[in-house]
Ligand binder design. Structure first.
Ligand code: A2H
Length: 253
């Protein structure tokens, strides 16, 4: 963990009922996969959520209505940030693994895709954020490569029980234009650097370095209520809106 606290936005991705047998005890509740992001203004371009197949998660009571599926570590942090039904104490309703979550249909704030699915990503860190990541392959090289791996490797889909229809219909949604990078910046940089898979750590670090700063300083939103505004200006506005409408909460670590 860094020395500086990171201010994340936790995006509430609602699990669509009916729930599978593993989540049966949660039936009748409002259940969300809560994804930590530093880029709330990119939520229009979500194509899926990421979970770590072998990762340990739990379903935690956040307040009288909401249940969040996140890591225990994140639930404890949230409990100290006033987000727990019992103050300063996480209440876990059921323990789950990432494998239990793969294939869950989700409704996520601002996403142009009405339903997106929870899919496996092998590079998720369990000691960062919530262990759940929302996927925006237009602007995040990690997301682009993990999606590319699933789309191009039927054996990888089979290994994790991923159905074709959770992946193949989902294409990049252009949302931000960056001069010289275009409106699919993550794809362009991954192609330029000839990155082969989500496991090429060093190259992906370079891809992120190349895209993130330019996207934030020179990017312009091309969709949604703030189309035409600079990413820098739109980001705090979209973050506040998501929080005020109850579709997200602030989270720091
Ligand atoms: B960001 P930092 Cl479009 N493991 O959200 C791996 N990656 C994680 C994670 C975890 N446990 N928790 C969060 N993340 C990702 C959107 C996005 C993100 C875009 C562009 C850049 C970007 C869509 N994915 O991140 O190490 C999440 O991906 C820029 C670094 O705390 C989160 O924001 O800086 C970001 O990493 C937080 O990474």
């Amino acid at each position: 963990e860094g020395v500086q606290p990171q201010d994340y936005t936790l995006i509430k991705m609602e699990v669509v009922a009916p729930f599978p047998p593993k989540l049966g005890v949660l039936e009748g509740r409002k259940v969300f996969l809560a994804a930590a992001t530093l880029r709330p203004e990119t939520m229009y371009g979500q194509t899926n959520a990421w979970v770590l197949p072998e990762g340990k998660y739990g379903a935690f009571e956040i307040n009288d209505t909401d249940v969040f599926i996140i890591t225990e570590r994140a639930a404890l942090n949230l409990a100290y940030q006033r987000f727990s039904k019992v103050p300063e104490k996480p209440t876990c309703l059921i323990q789950l693994t990432g494998n239990d979550l793969i294939g869950l249909p989700l409704k996520s704030p601002l996403a142009f895709n009405e339903i997106i699915y929870a899919l496996p990503m092998l590079t998720i860190l369990t000691d960062k954020g919530t262990g759940i990541v929302t996927s925006v392959p237009s602007d995040a090289p990690d997301d682009y490569m993990a999606m590319h791996d699933l789309k191009s490797k039927p054996a990888l889909r089979a290994k994790y029980g991923v159905k074709d229809e959770w992946v193949l219909p989902y294409d990049i949604v252009p949302i931000i234009d960056i001069p010289e990078f275009g409106d699919r910046a993550a794809e362009k940089v991954c192609l330029d650097l000839k990155i082969k898979s989500q496991n090429e750590k060093d190259k992906l670090a370079e891809a992120k370095r190349l895209t993130y700063l330019r996207g934030f300083t020179d990017g312009t939103l091309i969709v949604g209520e703030f189309a035409g505004r600079k990413v820098q200006e739109a980001k705090p506005l979209i973050r506040s809106q998501l929080i005020e409408t109850g579709q997200a909460i602030p989270y720091s670590e």
